[in-house]
Design a protein around this ligand. Structure first.
Ligand code: SF4
Ligand code: SF4
Length: 477
């Protein structure tokens, strides 16, 4: 008994490559539109010029050398790490929000894995033909035709993967210079390693592993279940309508019209298998919601086309909720947004986005901080006065060099000693640390526990920045 069950359930099933059929319909069109927009943005953005004073004229550039990210007119510094944290939070909240409403919309239409797999499948379709031709090609022995078609497809995929990798690397340096240096053999080794690694991974993920990335590597497929609710819209097969009481059946003689099928208890599914043939993950949606389903909607298009051809109403496979499908009187599928979870995610999204935009909008062009030197905390000078030392850190976040004046408030101006610095000039995008000494007589030190540094940028209409500082003297002991 045991032996036979082991035999019939091998630990590893033989991998059968998925050869998808192409399909026409509104979800296919939407996917194509998203793909065109996403590719245009990704591949063209590094080449978009943008006038800058202090860096290369590139609209979007992540300059690791100067530790600045340029996003059009916005310059992001390492000190703006809060923005990254907020962005990650917003991305997570958006994912939960959309998944709660319409399932895995991200996976089906926007995920990089989907976009690149889709493009590579399209290449196979163009070079090797429609599904039956590709299946034939798979079975035939290797000959000139097979080598040309299969080899040509993969060569094109490698080429696209290579340009994908080059484009990615071009976001991290001035694109025209980087590409020229890359082909002249003059780029930094990090550039070549990045391009090599990304070419291999892109080709492997989109051209070879494909659905296995979604079903085996991506953690999102595994925990999506916790985000689904009974009211979540998901790609679903209307089992009641498709199976009837006698199950699905081919449209053979006597079972062609809906009336004939209903009279014999059969449902609307004519068991053509088109919904399975177009599925990029190779599943049968008629078996119910599965973690492998990326919600791409292609099976909806396929089934709708079949329904049109046999003259039955569309929507046997559709976006619908579990609750509606199970109800005695199903209504037209609709977004059920009046739910506690959806409102919670929406609120989190609004608050986080508001905070992020407020923070970006109100960021100062200069960032300053002060740290008191604590070793020693103070020294007593020969005339009995006390000296405290400070390090003032200034970050110039503008695109031009800036000159700063440092003053004190709450103590006399003469007590501040900045050394022999003719002027405090900080280059665009750079930072500078100034060593400052503050000397107070015994009497003043006795009644002074804190004061303020005033940092005044030289630019017109710039507000001074105030930094509170402690003053320590012997009286503290
Ligand atoms: S079952 Fe349908 S929606 Fe799900 S992945 Fe397959 S084709 Fe896409
Ligand atoms: S495409 Fe529609 S009719 Fe054809 S097998 Fe799938 S569910 Fe049935």
């Amino acid at each position: 008994m045991e032996a036979s069950s082991t035999k019939s359930s091998p630990l590893l099933n033989k991998h059968i490559p998925i050869v998808t059929r192409s399909v026409k319909g509104k979800f296919r069109n939407f996917k194509t539109a998203v793909m065109l927009v996403a590719y245009s943005v990704y591949f063209l953005l590094p080449w978009l010029p943008w006038t800058r004073n202090s860096a290369a004229d590139q609209a979007v550039m992540f300059d690791l050398g100067t530790r600045r990210f340029f996003i059009f007119d916005l310059i992001v510094y390492p000190q703006d790490i809060f923005w990254l944290a907020m962005l990650l939070f917003i991305a997570a909240a958006l994912l939960f929000f959309t998944t709660g409403l319409i399932g895995r919309a991200w996976c089906g239409y926007f995920c990089f894995q989907t976009l690149w797999s889709d493009l590579f499948i399209w290449i196979e379709h163009r070079l090797q033909g429609e599904r039956p031709a590709r299946l034939r090609l798979q079975k035939q022995p290797w000959n000139a035709e097979k080598i040309a078609k299969v080899g040509g497809s993969h060569a094109l995929m490698v080429l696209i993967s290579f340009w994908t990798a080059v484009t990615f690397a071009a976001y991290f340096s001035y694109a025209p210079d980087f590409v020229r240096a890359l082909f002249m053999g003059e780029a930094a080794s990090a550039g070549y390693i990045t391009v090599l690694v990304l070419t291999i991974t892109t080709y492997f993920a989109g051209g070879v592993a494909r659905e296995h990335i979604c079903t085996m590597a991506c953690p999102y497929a595994r925990f999506q279940g916790v985000m689904y609710e009974a009211d979540t819209l998901a790609v679903s097969y209307d089992k009641r309508r498709g199976e009837g009481t006698a199950g699905r059946a081919l449209p053979v003689a006597g079972l062609k019209t809906r009336d004939e099928r209903q009279a014999s208890g059969h449902g609307d599914c004519i068991d053509c298998g088109f919904c399975v043939q177009v599925c990029p993950t190779g599943i049968d949606i008629r078996d119910g919601l599965q973690y492998q389903c990326i919600s791409c909607g292609l099976c909806i298009d396929a089934c709708n086309n079949i329904m049109d051809s046999v003259g039955y109403p569309r929507g046997l496979i559709r976006y619908d909720s579990e609750r509606n499908l199970a109800s005695d009187a199903p209504h037209k599928p609709r977004l059920e947004w009046r739910r506690f979870k959806v409102w919670g995610y929406a609120l989190a999204l609004i608050v986080a986005s508001g905070l992020l935009f407020y923070n970006i909008g109100t960021r100062s062009d200069t960032e300053v901080s002060v740290q008191q030197v604590r070793q020693p905390l103070f020294v007593m000078l020969s005339d009995g006065s006390f000296r405290n030392r400070y390090q003032i850190h200034i970050v110039n976040k503008t695109e031009h060099d800036e000159v700063y004046t440092i003053l004190v408030r709450g103590i006399s101006p003469e007590s501040l000693d900045l050394g022999n610095i003719p002027e405090i000039r900080v280059r665009a995008g750079k930072s500078l640390t100034i060593n400052a000494k503050v000397d107070l007589s015994q009497e003043v030190a006795a009644r002074t526990s804190n004061f303020e540094f005033v940092i005044q940028p030289s630019g017109q209409n710039t507000e001074p920045l105030l930094l509170e500082a402690n003053f320590n003297s012997k009286r503290d002991f």
